[in-house]
Design a protein around this ligand. Structure first.
Ligand SMILES: Nc1nc2c(ncn2[C@@H]2O[C@H](COP(=O)(O)OP(=O)(O)OP(=O)(O)O)[C@@H](O)[C@H]2O)c(=O)[nH]1
Ligand SMILES: [Mg+2]
Length: 364
């Protein structure tokens, strides 16, 4: 296996940023739990706090990014701009799987193992169902108990509410903040329902599908589209009586693998089994990720993908922003409703209505 050229991870206490904050002999300006909510913190303070990986400042910065208030948005963007040079130095891993596949259990085992090896792990969740059920966040608190206790781990539940576009922006920007804080493995988790897998695929370097053996129909519960987004498929719960069947499923997928087009140039989808509960197959999975990183970095595919993701994100953002502005203009509402009525009454064509509406909008 080729060694990748990832910069050496330096414990935060030994980092230049941290040293510079304590040089004047006073006590560090970022104690464990500063009462920062009580006052209005400046962007500069936030920058320093995030760079020192002070969790209270990082959490405050994320809250700023999640806010919809315009003054918070402006401040958040200033912050991100200043932190941008410190971002990008991580491996970003997306994990998807149907409810109950074992994602939380897997992340607990995987994340804890990485922390014990000295990596700094941030876990971000995109859970389209959480706003409805509110169950999974509570569940994760108990399922990720060991991970949460690691000093090198940062676990952030899904931002609540809002359209997928908003969740997309907030997750991407939170990921950047975590990188600036020195987290070098970022895990983005999503439940395998809805459109969130494609969104996560577009923000990560490596995408894992965690799945189970199916009863009878091995492909049950797996949307074909997801298979085509993945760099690895792990069949979880390969323990006890289920182990033999899990191995059979893995070999079935391996035989099928040539049918779907690999998403990453030069990389063959890795298919294997694991037991998140027993911690088996976790080290092997990390080796796969490291091999992927080494190979795609040396071929240039890694960097190329990140650039493509940035570009796609730009165009997606433009579209979303335009749409948001168009529909949120109070003056437009009456015109839109009038057009809708005319179209339903057969008095106007859709194309004419769109042209008229855009003319109104541009004149505002
Ligand atoms: N036997 C066995 N059980 C497992 C394994 N991994 C997870 N489980 C169990 O499966 C159940 C669901 O696991 P979770 O980790 O909560 O699954 P999840 O994918 O996070 O589920 P959602 O958050 O609902 O999407 C729990 O009862 C786990 O204890 C495994 O490797 N083997
Ligand atoms: Mg879960």
């Amino acid at each position: 296996m080729k060694e990748e050229k990832r910069p050496e991870w330096v414990p935060i206490e030994q980092s230049e940023a941290f040293a510079s904050t304590i040089m004047d002999g006073t006590k560090p300006p970022f104690p464990e739990n500063p009462p920062i909510k009580k006052r209005n913190i400046s962007v500069e303070e936030l920058v320093q706090g995030v760079k020192c990986n002070d969790r209270a400042f990082l959490a405050q910065a994320i809250t700023l990014i999640e806010s919809n208030a315009q003054k918070h948005k402006d401040k958040a963007q200033q912050l991100l701009k200043l932190l941008l040079p410190d971002t990008g130095k991580s491996i970003r891993i997306g994990i998807t799987g149907v409810p109950g596949a074992g994602k939380s259990t897997f992340i607990e085992a995987f994340g804890t193992m990485l922390c014990e090896q000295g990596y700094k792990v941030a876990v971000l969740a995109i859970d389209p169902s959480s706003t409805l059920t509110r169950g999974s966040i509570l569940g994760d608190k108990t399922r990720m108990e060991r991970l949460i206790q690691q000093k090198n781990a940062f676990v952030r539940p899904s931002p609540s509410g809002g359209a997928l576009g908003g969740v997309n922006r907030r997750t991407r920007e939170t990921m950047l903040l975590c990188e600036a804080a020195g987290y070098n493995v970022i895990i983005v988790e999503t439940v395998g329902v809805g459109q969130s897998e494609g969104m996560v695929r577009d923000m990560v370097d490596f995408f894992l599908l965690l799945t189970l053996t199916g009863a009878g129909d091995e492909l049950q519960g797996i949307k074909r589209g997801i298979l085509e987004l993945t760099d690895a498929i792990l069949i979880n719960k390969a323990d006890g009586e289920n182990k033999v069947q899990a191995l059979q499923t893995a070999s079935l997928y391996t035989r099928m693998a040539h049918v779907f087009q690999p998403i990453t140039d030069g990389w063959t989808v890795n298919i294997s089994t694991c037991s998140a509960l027993l911690g088996e197959g976790i080290t092997e999975f990390w080796q796969t990720v490291r091999m992927f990183e080494a190979e795609t970095k040396s071929s240039g595919v890694f960097e190329q993908r990140r650039l493509q993701q940035q570009k796609k994100w730009l165009y997606t953002s433009i579209r979303e922003e335009l749409e948001q502005r168009f529909f949120s203009q109070p003056e437009m509402r009456a015109h839109i409703f009038a057009c809708e009525r005319d179209i339903l009454q057969g008095k106007k064509t859709v194309t004419t209505a769109v042209a008229e509406l855009l003319t109104y909008y541009e004149a505002l």
